[in-house]
Design a protein around this ligand. Structure first.
Ligand code: GLY
Ligand code: MN
Ligand code: MN
Length: 444
C-alpha cells in the first residue's frame, strides 16, 4: 500500500504479537471478490484488518500471526503467480512478492492452506479468529481444528480456546499513529476540496447526480479513486432520508441540498456533510434550522477533548438540539421531559458521531467496561448533528416541513484540544451564501 512505511506494518504486527503472546495464533482473512452482475465483480477492497497489518491488497489472502514460530511469525497465504490470469485480471504478488514486499516471513500459495495451517496452530493454546463473517471459512477452520483435535498426542496439539481478534486489534486501530494521521488529513483535505467544488458549481436545474459526479471527479483527480461510502446528494425533502443515495432528482430553487460524501485515500476515509441552499440564499425557516444545527455542531466539536466521552458529547448535543426544537416550535413541553421521553428522536434519530479511520464507521470500542470510552489523543471521530423534518410531520410550522439539515466534520483529539481535519469547507450562513453558485471550472 502506498505511503505507509513498511516498518509501520511491522510495528503494528509486533504490538499485536505482544498483546496475544506466544501461546496464541491469530488468523485474518482479506475476503473474496463479489459478483455484481452476471460475470462482473464489484470493485475489490481488502478487509481493513489485513491492510492495517500488511498493506496486502489482493483478494482471498489469509494472514496468520504465530508469535515465535520457527519459520517466522508472519505467514501469508496468497493467490499464486499465474501468467494467464494476470493477463486478464491484473498483477499478483504471489508468495515471492508477499515475502519481498509485504513483510511476510513465509508465504504459500492458497491451495496449501489446509496442509500448512494446522502446523501454525499446533501446540498453541489460543486461536484468535473472527468467526461468523464467512460461513465457508468458518467451516474450514472447524474442519482443520477437528483434525488437530483427533490427534491423540499429549500435550494436546489443538488450541483449546477460541477468541475474537477484534478486541485487541481494533483497540489498536482506534488510536491513530502519525503515519495514519498523515493519510487521514489528506483524505479530509481532498473531501473538503470536493465539497467546495460542489458548492461553487451548484445551480437550480442541475441534478443531484451532477454534483455527485463533480465530487467524485475531485476525489479521483487527487488519487482517492473511490468514495469511502456511497455519496449522498439529497435535494429538498430527500435530505430527510438519512442514507439517501438515489441521487436522481432535480435541484430546485428554494430548496436546500444535503451532501454527505467522503473519499478513501490510501485506505483512509473522510466523511463530510454540508447542507446549503441550491440558489445560494437561505429562507428564514431554513436559516433558523441551519443555525441551530451549526451551533450544536460547534459546541460538540469543542467537547472533543481528552477525557470526555462520545456519550457526553451525544447527550450535550441532544440537549442543545432539543432546546432549539422548542424554540423553533417543532416540540412543545419542558426540556427535561422531552429528552426523557426521547421526543427529539422525531427530528434527530441518529447519534452525534462515530470513529473514523480505515473504515468510515471505524472500529474500536465505544465502551470501557461498564463505562463509556473516554477520548484519547490520536483518536478521530465525526461530529454530525442534524435536524430532519419529514414532509408529513404533524404539529410543526408549515415552512419547516421537508427540510433536512446535517453538518459533519472530522475531528482529531489531541493533548492540546480538538483539531478539525475538514475545516477547508465553509459552513457559516454568510460563507455559504457567498460561495454557492459562484462558479466552478474544470481544470484538466
Ligand atoms: N456517511 C455516513 C455517516 O455519516 O455516518
Ligand atoms: Mn459520519
Ligand atoms: Mn457522513
Amino acid at each position: 500500500m502506498q505511503d505507509t512505511p513498511t516498518n509501520a506494518y511491522a510495528a503494528r504486527r509486533a504490538r499485536l504479537m505482544d498483546a496475544i503472546g506466544e501461546d496464541a495464533v491469530a488468523i485474518f482473512v482479506s475476503g473474496d471478490e463479489k459478483l455484481r452482475s452476471r460475470d462482473t465483480d464489484y470493485r475489490y477492497r481488502a478487509h481493513s484488518d489485513v491492510l492495517y497489518l500488511t498493506g496486502f491488497e489482493e483478494p482471498e489472502a489469509i494472514l496468520v500471526i504465530a508469535p515465535g514460530h520457527d519459520e517466522g511469525a508472519t505467514t501469508l497465504f496468497v493467490r499464486p503467480r499465474d501468467k494467464e490470469r494476470e493477463t486478464w485480471t491484473g498483477r499478483r504478488a504471489g508468495p515471492e512478492g508477499a515475502v519481498a514486499d509485504f513483510g511476510a516471513d513465509t508465504a504459500h500459495p492458497l491451495e496449501e492452506l489446509d496442509d500448512k495451517l494446522p502446523d501454525l496452530m499446533r501446540g498453541r493454546e489460543v486461536l484468535y479468529v473472527e468467526l461468523g463473517r464467512d460461513a465457508a471459512f468458518d467451516a474450514r477452520i472447524h474442519r482443520l481444528l477437528g483434525g488437530l483435535r483427533r490427534a491423540k498426542n499429549r500435550p494436546p496439539e489443538a488450541p483449546t480456546v477460541l477468541k475474537d481478534p477484534r478486541e485487541v486489534l481494533h483497540a489498536m486501530r482506534k488510536v491513530k499513529g502519525e503515519e495514519e494521521l498523515a493519510l487521514l488529513r489528506r483524505s479530509c483535505e481532498i473531501a473538503a476540496e470536493a465539497h467546495l467544488a460542489a458548492m461553487k458549481a451548484c445551480k437550480p436545474g442541475m441534478h443531484e447526480y451532477e454534483l455527485q459526479a463533480l465530487i467524485e471527479y475531485v476525489f479521483a483527480r487527487n488519487g482517492a479513486s473511490f468514495p469511502a461510502y456511497s455519496s449522498i446528494v439529497g435535494g429538498g425533502d430527500n435530505a430527510t432520508i438519512l442514507h439517501y443515495t438515489t441521487n436522481r432528482d432535480l435541484l430546485r430553487d428554494g430548496d436546500l441540498v444535503l451532501i454527505d460524501a467522503g473519499c478513501e485515500f490510501n485506505y483512509y476515509a473522510s466523511d463530510i456533510t454540508r447542507t446549503f441552499p441550491v440558489s445560494g440564499s437561505f429562507t428564514p425557516a431554513q436559516r433558523d434550522l441551519y443555525q441551530a444545527v451549526l451551533e450544536a455542531e460547534e459546541a460538540a466539536i469543542a467537547m472533543c477533548t481528552v477525557g470526555s466521552s462520545w456519550w457526553d458529547i451525544h447527550q450535550a448535543t441532544v440537549r442543545t438540539l432539543t432546546q432549539a426544537m422548542i424554540d423553533l416550535k417543532l416540540l412543545k413541553g419542558s426540556l427535561d421531559e422531552l429528552i426523557e421521553e426521547e421526543a427529539y428522536k422525531a427530528f434527530y434519530m441518529h447519534k452525534t458521531g462515530h470513529w473514523l479511520g480505515m473504515d468510515v464507521h471505524d472500529v474500536g470500542p465505544y465502551y470501557d467496561g461498564e463505562d463509556y470510552a473516554k477520548l484519547s489523543p490520536g483518536e478521530v471521530q465525526t461530529i454530525e448533528p442534524g435536524i430532519y423534518v419529514s414532509v408529513d410531520a404533524e404539529d410543526v410550522p408549515d415552512e419547516m416541513r421537508g427540510i433536512g439539515i446535517r453538518i459533519e466534520d472530522d475531528v482529531l483529539t489531541t493533548e492540546d484540544g480538538p483539531v478539525v481535519l475538514t475545516g477547508g469547507v465553509p459552513k457559516s450562513v454568510e460563507a455559504l451564501e457567498d460561495v454557492v453558485g459562484s462558479g466552478y471550472s474544470f481544470t484538466v
